[in-house]
Design a protein around this ligand. Structure first.
Ligand SMILES: Cc1cc2nc3c(=O)[nH]c(=O)nc-3n(C[C@H](O)[C@H](O)[C@H](O)COP(=O)(O)O)c2cc1C
Length: 225
């Protein structure tokens, strides 16, 4: 038996994984970044094959990881976690530096960053696991806390889209598929908040909660069937 609720107890951080160069860079929000060995220091990132960034990492053979600050805004999640770089230039207006490999590194709302050269790629089905040697790491702000996935879900009431490896299909969450679960649609961008997927009822979301995709206010959501 698999109780998918148990998986919500796993701890993760939240990051922006980027690749490319000065001419064309791109990045996405990731909660699956982890160190796999100490000597040499090696990291793995797990990228959906649907992410625009995935092909860029394959092409450039390197990626950067920006560690998000606990106070990271909904806007940064909307830009890097819900929209694709296929549709617009995510790096325009973003505070960046370029690493030793030439990949962009997002500095906005980040407390540290590191850069890796890909040494191995593992096809794990829907996602590619890139394993990279650490070649560069810096702290941006030592005084602030990193954002955890649990804080993002419980305090910020954040949600994750299908490309996140930790996304759990609502049909697998028995407790949350109660008949009373409702859906609310953002009338501005069409994003759907589905109570049967999220741990929180729409009416219980704080008043300052905003659409994770376009940043519209809660009042811009309408209940749908
Ligand atoms: C909280 C959160 C966690 C996510 N974690 C991952 C992840 O670990 N791996 C992944 O491939 N996508 C993850 N995503 C989804 C990507 O960030 C999203 O699909 C993004 O729009 C891809 O952008 P791109 O097409 O420009 O690369 C996550 C999104 C959110 C909001």
């Amino acid at each position: 038996m698999i109780n998918f609720q148990a998986l919500f107890k796993i701890s993760y951080g939240l990051y922006i994984v980027s690749s490319g160069d000065k001419a064309k860079g791109n990045g996405y929000i990731s909660n699956t970044v982890f160190q796999v060995t100490a000597e040499p220091p090696r990291f793995a990132v797990c990228c959906s094959k649907n992410n625009f960034t995935t092909g860029i990492i394959q092409k450039y053979g390197a990626f950067s990881v920006s560690v998000l600050v606990q106070s990271a805004s909904s806007e940064i999640f909307g830009k890097f976690g819900y929209r694709s770089g296929r549709d617009f230039d995510k790096m325009a207006g973003t505070n960046l530096k370029y690493g030793d490999t030439g990949v962009p590194i997002v500095l906005d709302e980040s407390i540290s960053y590191f850069e890796c050269k890909v040494i191995q790629t593992l096809d794990v089905g829907t996602h590619l696991l890139f394993i990279g040697d650490l070649i560069n790491a810096e702290t941006i702000d030592d005084s602030k806390e990193p954002l955890t996935y649990s804080y993002y879900r419980q305090v910020k009431k954040g949600v994750a889209p299908k490309n996140a490896p930790t996304y759990i299909d609502k049909s697998k969450l028995e407790v949350k598929t109660a008949a009373s679960a409702k859906k609310f649609k953002c009338v501005v961008c069409g994003y759907i908040y589905d109570e049967s997927v999220e741990a929180v009822k729409f009416t219980d979301l704080p008043d300052d909660w905003i659409c994770p995709v376009c940043g519209s206010e809660k009042s811009e959501f309408a209940e749908i069937q």
